[in-house]
Design a protein around this ligand. Sequence first.
Ligand code: CS2
Length: 501
Amino acid sequence: MTRLSNDMLSTLPSNVAVANYDRLARRGVVHLGSGAFHRGHQAAYFDDLMAKGHAGWMITGASLRSDKMAKNLNPQDGLFIHVTNQSATEGAADDVPPRHNKDYRLIRSLAEIIVASAEPQKLINALADQDTQLITLTVTEKGYGINAVTGKLGQDDVDIAYDIENPSVPRTTIGFLVAGLAARFDSGGGGVTILSCDNLPHNGKLTQSAVLQMAAFHSADLVAWIKENVAFPSSMVDRIVPAIQPEHSETLKQDLGIIDQGLVQTEPFSQWVIEDWFAGERPALEEVGVQFVPDVAAWEKAKLRLLNGAHSALAYLGRLAGYKFVHQAMAAPGMAAFINRLWDESVATLGEIEGFNAPIYRADLLNRFQNAALEHQTYQIAMDGSQKLPQRLLAPLEERYALNLSSPFLVAAIASWMKWQFATDDLGKAFIVQDPMAEKLSEIVQQESEDVEKYIRRIVSIKEIFSDNLSQNSRFIKDVTAAFEICRKEGALKLIAETLK
Ligand code: CS2
């Protein structure tokens, strides 16, 4: 069996769609964080764009530390298979095995992956290169080095502190961006756009703020140049891209007869809304389904609170109750009703959004969450909860308390995250809490597991997660303590049932 590469493309099965364009044309994009989401989302848009005749938007990818992606993709000349997977079981009788619709395509837009820790200068040069018009980022919520509450660059973070001291050999995303911009400034490389594609509110402003704070340690001239020459549009990205498991690669071998270590599988749905603020050349992404809008904030908020908020609820409640996949959690007793009620609470915090139809959006989300072919693991979504909770569940809750509205479903979802920190599910099975704050959270669990009230008080006093408005709100403390008690003593399914009563 052959591994995917340029040399074997003539033998690719005919059911794999391949777009034709010049891969040796300009590399217009540098992308930081070449994980599955980037390959399932942005890389597919640029593949479509170049297929439409807009040459020169090839991507140089980069991983900050790990060489895994480079080892997977570079021997394949950056090529990988992209599968969209949709279960098509509707109307089928119970005894008919589920049918899945799969569409295969080859993505050719990725040129290579640089490992920044091994070759920092190579990445800095790519960022500064005149050809680079757009720098895109998927570095996860924790990748911005900013304290979510104060908005300040986390100088107590060892890596950020290192980058301030060692600006020419940085370690962090923000350190590399600033080093790249400094080299661009020095070499007269011209304006550039830095486009965050992470699930954070105001992701463009956040990136700009982090970059300017870091640049201030270089020079005032650099800060002034960035203000003049670099655009930081916000964007809302949406596509469910579950992590690939070994069995998916095995299925690919059986289906197509090839080995692909860069395989990505995703759903048919995809959305990208970008604030129309560019420096340098703007790719004509509107021709391949991207929406350019004057202000993306309302879209980001709707997606974070509806899709991602429900995802986190499904992850904690569902996985605690023992469900491995999202579509299974959706079928748990009471879950679909719970999610609908959670949306009733969150949707009321959104206001009018032009072009956004909440009932249709919610109906689509239900279908997307029920897509059994995706095999999206609840555990994957549960990761990094401390970074996700504020924008997904805590912000709408805080706004609702301010209006004196009760929100039992948001509260129950938050309570299940508090129970998650005990690292044991309702069947008594232990798991690992993966979170940048795991150590601190686990210490609180160790010290206070016998005293529920103390436990809750200490958790809500974590300033990086909970605002003062919530931690000092006695109604919130009372509500969340009651929900947490049910979840701890009787499990997630009981909490769902009680909240629905
Ligand atoms: C998920 C997101 O893992 C998670 O936290 O909620 O990755 C989600 O699948 C995407 O935002 C969908 O666009």
